[in-house]
Design a protein around this ligand. Structure first.
Ligand code: XIL
Length: 363
């Protein structure tokens, strides 16, 4: 089992040396409750393997209201062999979420990465590709019908430099694989909200412009697209402008789409210093503020529970410290800043009644 299991708990057992964040401990207060008062979902990417660590599991359920399987539902793991599906890991995560009243974000149905080799080896025509995409999507969304609130139907389909990303899917079918995948997902679960998910599309820029045009084209064709996921894997030294992020969310929302922050982390190069952690905390809080202020955006997911279970150090050498908790599950300044931001809103809301537009200024 070990070999085939998702690569999820990559840093399990290790405690990266993170400079502790503050002289005194910042208590964990339950982000999910604070967020709920503002009808905001606050989630995390969760690794099945790490759930065997009781502290990790306890934090997942007390801090987060939605769960995204970090790897377990990707093609490589859930459909490793033609015609054969591996449900165990995904089912366990769904069960964990259900038993803790968490929603699940399905991630991800069609992606050029973590795609087993048999797909490109066996599929060489558009017909065969669309047939396979239909089978893959219908089977998985059907299996989880009623249990998964939102699906990242397609991931990272926009190229970084120009046009659509050159993948097997696009080469064989143009954008037809997208309409096929979204239609199959909608047919399999009419209640699930269906998303296009991508990175570096948080602010207004050429790449997000391409995503915007694609969304418009799909909507014009009547494709059941309900939202966009802005991954938000950010570098502390290259943060997008928050006013541009706000305008970007607004333009997608104006198309009638929901806009979710789906994979938030803010990495930094080298050892974290208190000052760098403070700047990171401000960036986290600023994004929370934008999401709370913007119609059409009501969901933030961080890409991992703690710095000991973050994809960053493994994938971007010399970067780390990207999440809200350090490698010992201690709250960082970023956590405190998010709590602070949510608390302001909650105070305003509970004083003046629920709603996303608190009346009056208590800020
Ligand atoms: C990452 C996982 O966190 C890693 O464990 C895995 O090795 C590679 O994938 N964008 C996505 C996510 O949509 O699925 C990726 O997750 C991070 C980038």
């Amino acid at each position: 089992m070990a070999d085939s299991s998702p690569e999820s708990a990559q840093n399990e057992g290790s405690s990266p040396a993170t400079a502790h964040t503050a002289a005194q401990e910042i208590p964990l207060v339950g982000l999910r409750g604070l967020a709920a008062a503002y009808q905001l979902d606050f989630g995390a990417a969760v690794a099945f393997k790490a759930l065997s660590i009781s502290k990790y599991a306890q934090i997942v359920s007390s801090e987060f209201s939605t769960l995204t399987p970090e790897n377990e539902m990707k093609w490589q793991y859930i459909h490793p062999v033609s015609g054969s599906y591996e449900w165990f890991f995904g089912d366990q995560l769904v069960q964990f979420a259900q038993s803790h009243e968490m929603k699940v974000r399905g991630h991800t149905l069609v992606w050029h990465n973590q795609l087993p080799r048999w797909v490109s080896e066996s599929v060489t025509t558009e017909d065969a590709l669309l047939k396979l995409v239909t089978e893959h999507v219908s089977t998985i969304v059907g299996h989880y019908r009623g249990k998964i609130a939102k699906w990242d139907v397609a991931n990272e389909v926009i190229d970084d430099a120009q046009g659509m990303r050159d993948t097997l899917f696009y080469r064989l079918s143009g954008t037809e694989f997208l309409s096929t995948a979204f239609r199959a997902a909608h047919e399999a679960d009419a209640d699930a909200l269906l998303y296009l998910n991508d990175y570096s599309v948080e602010a207004i820029n050429p790449k997000s412009n391409r995503l915007y045009e694609l969304c418009k084209a799909l909507l014009a064709q009547g494709v059941p697209l309900h939202g966009v996921g802005l991954q938000a894997h950010w570098d502390l030294d290259d943060l997008p402008s928050m006013s541009s992020v706000r305008k970007n969310i607004e333009r997608f929302a104006a198309l009638g789409l929901k806009v979710d922050i789906t994979e938030l982390d803010i990495r930094m190069k080298g050892a974290p210093t208190p000052e760098r952690l403070r700047v990171q905390a401000e960036a986290y809080a600023a994004l929370v503020r934008v999401v709370l202020d913007t119609e059409g955006s009501d969901s933030i997911t961080v890409w991992g529970v703690d710095d000991g279970h973050s994809w960053v150090p493994q994938w971007m050498s010399s970067y780390g410290s990207a999440l809200l908790l350090d490698g010992k599950y201690r709250a960082k300044q970023a956590y405190a800043a998010v709590v602070g931001e949510l608390s302001k809103q909650v105070m305003a809301c509970s004083y003046f009644g629920p709603g996303r537009e608190p009346v009056g200024e208590i800020r």
